[in-house]
Every structure is written in structure tokens, then in C-alpha cells.
Ligand binder design. Sequence first.
Ligand SMILES: [Zn+2]
Length: 163
Amino acid sequence: MAQGALMVCLGYILFTACGPLIDSSVRFNTGGDVQVEPAFLQYVGDFEAEYGQRIRGISMMFDRDGEIDEMAGGVVAFCQPALRRIIVDPQWFWGDSDWRREIFLFHELGHCILQRGHRSRMMSNVHIPVSLMHPSPGTGLDRETYKKYRTYYMRELFGRTKK
Ligand SMILES: [Zn+2]
């Protein structure tokens, strides 16, 4: 797969950084249908509730063509902003916990819907990312810590890009 040409953005579960990132010259079409795998509806609904509006013109599917298998290890999902398409590894999704699914799906929606790039900074006091847009957004987080910081993360995720 021609990753460079497609401007793939990846959510890594472990370490490393995203490869070729969002091309800020790409502007999305709005409108059109939303095609979402039923398993993602709950997360999309939660995302919309935080966003304060419906999302549009995006497809969000499980990886059926082995695209993720062809990528570097640790990738669980990716967003192609130009295509407004999010692909999710089903093995990861069904094997991970609810709160971690939220982190990674919100991360990809952050790329595809909010047009956000990565933000790699870590908090200085606690070793967790300052943003869910961290290249490895689950770094240092456990269930309780995420719960504690969720309001902050939502504000950070949506506050910066809200029109
Ligand atoms: Zn990413």
C-alpha cells in the first residue's frame, strides 16, 4: 500500500510516531453519508455528544482487507483524512477494554473529523499525554487515570478546534 500517497495516519498502541501525517492542505468535503460499523456507533454517539454536533461524510469500518497487517506493528487503527475513512483492527477492538476503545477511536476521529494532527507532549507531573492526539494515546493511562482526566481530555480534544 502506498502509505505516503494516501497520507495515512496511524494510532499506534505501543510506541513510535506516526509516519506521513496529515497534509494540512487537504480540506475535507462536508456532507454525504456516514457509514459506521454498528460496533462503533456507541463511540460515535459519545464523540458527537462531546463535539456538540453530528459528524458527517465519514466511513468507519473494520479492516477486512488486511491493510493493518501490512503496516508496522502496533497499529490498531488509522485515518485517511483525504478519503474520510477510518479503518480499525477487529482483533484489537474486540480484545481491548471499553475506555481504551474510546481513546483510540476518538484519536482517529480527531484526525478525520477535527482535522487535528499529533500532539506529543506529556504532562510533567504525571507521565501521561497532554492530549488524546498523542501518537500513542494510551501511554501511561489506566482505567482510573483516564476516568480522572477524561473531562480534561475532552476539553483539550474539542476545545481547540471548535468553531
Ligand atoms: Zn494518529
